[in-house]
Design a protein around this ligand. Structure first.
Ligand code: CO
Length: 136
């Protein structure tokens, strides 16, 4: 079951500079900037009520985020839906014909379990799923 929008992510060229901008916009401080080497990104989250905004900057050469920005410019990159049981959600979506980028969960920001669906199956929107147990 999809419970809510966990976060909306924005692709940016410079996460530190954008964090200053979004701090003014949202009137709240971002959490610490986290580097995910396997994903070749640097991310920063702003908690906003029951959801979050993620700023994501690609690092290193040939990273998908930089390619995204090259093609489409900075802007909304993905939406992240929160599910209780990620493997169950992935098998349901796979059976329903959604093209999965990640067939098995991988480690995302903050040590969470995440997986991405291909935008070609979601009207051009890159969708991330994150597993969050009910207690959190
Ligand atoms: Co995300």
């Amino acid at each position: 079951m999809v419970r809510k929008i966990n976060h909306i992510a924005i692709a940016v060229k410079d996460v530190e500079a954008s964090a200053k901008l979004f701090k003014m916009l949202l009137e709240t401080d971002p959490g610490h900037t986290e580097t995910l080497p396997a994903e070749r990104v640097k991310v920063s989250f702003f908690k906003l009520g029951d959801t979050k905004i993620e700023l994501v900057e690609g690092i290193g050469s040939e990273n998908p985020t930089a390619k995204f920005i090259e093609k489409r410019g900075e802007g909304i990159h993905h939406i992240c839906l929160e599910v209780e049981d990620l493997p169950a959600a992935l098998s349901r979506l796979d059976a329903a014909g959604f093209p999965l980028i990640d067939k098995v969960p991988k480690t995302g920001a903050g040590g969470t379990r995440v997986a991405f669906l291909h935008p070609k199956g979601c009207n051009g929107v890159l969708v991330e799923l994150v597993e969050q147990s009910r207690k959190e």
